[in-house]
Every structure is written in C-alpha cells, then in structure tokens.
Design a binder for this molecule. Sequence first.
Ligand code: SF4
Ligand SMILES: [Zn+2]
Length: 169
Amino acid sequence: MRRGPDPRITPLPPVPDLSAGSCRQPGADPDWWITGSNTREQREAARAICRRCPVFAACETFALTLPQSDHGIYAAMVPHERERRRSELRKAARAAAARRPSAWQLNAAKDVCSHGHQLSGGNLVVTTNSRTGRPRRACRECQRRWARNSMRLRRLLDRKAAARQAAVA
Ligand code: SF4
Ligand SMILES: [Zn+2]
C-alpha cells in the first residue's frame, strides 16, 4: 500500500539551481568555500566572489535553511554568520508581529462592540495604547457597565467583610 509523507518529518526545502554560481565556474577552487579547508585569504577571496555572484539571492535564501553543521560558505556567509542572520530575521519577524494591530484593536475597529453597542458618536471612546502609542477604540457603554459592576462588587465585598466582623465581635 502506498503511504503519504510522514507528518512528523519536516520536508527539506527545494534545492535551488545554483549551477550558474561563480563557485561552480572553471577556475574556482571548491576548497575555498569549505571552512577548515581554506586559509584566511582564500576565505575572503571566496566571499568576494560570492558578492558578485549572479545567483547570490537564491543562494542566500537556501543558505539560511542549512544546519549549522554544514561547513560551507554560501552567499558570503560562514556557518556562525548564517546563524546570526537567522537570529536577526527571527527578531525582525517578532518586531513586525508586535507592530501588527492586536485582535482586540481589530475588533474595536468594528461598527459594534462585542456586546452589540454601536461604536459611533458619543459611545465611541478613542484613547492611546500606552504600550504601542497607537489609537485604541473602545465602547463607552461597556466601560460604564464595567465600572458599575466593579463598584457593585466592591460594595458586596465590603458588606460581607462587615458581616464577618460583626459575627466575630
Ligand atoms: S553566492 Fe557564493 S556560494 Fe552561492 S552560488 Fe554564488 S559563489 Fe557559490
Ligand atoms: Zn459595548
């Protein structure tokens, strides 16, 4: 029976066609692109060739999918530089995600709040999110209800505390 791909295994990304790469051309010594097999001068020469390579962009994308154990130089990057680049990209992705409006903000941009009150005219409150500095839309009716409920809750707790004290005395 034919079985589909195992969902536990992450498929490897497709390998791009790098046959036009400068490192594949006659005269280029492949050892220059292997860290540990090259000298410092050869490494720098390999990097300089990479920077002028016609398939640099495809090679760079591919390089970032390689494990750190791969000793090759790709797109002018040695293994620890690839790792640093990956970390920078992850950080940039996290920062971009933080800049995106939250689900709460998106909901507040609707015409009615989650309790069905119209978000317009006097019922619409626009404040500034202290963390992001972005404008935030809120429902005045919900804010009032929340304040009333908290006040009721506080009175109830105060009454219970007073009753407990009276019982003890
Ligand atoms: S960027 Fe460098 S490693 Fe990649 S194909 Fe070009 S020369 Fe080869
Ligand atoms: Zn509301």
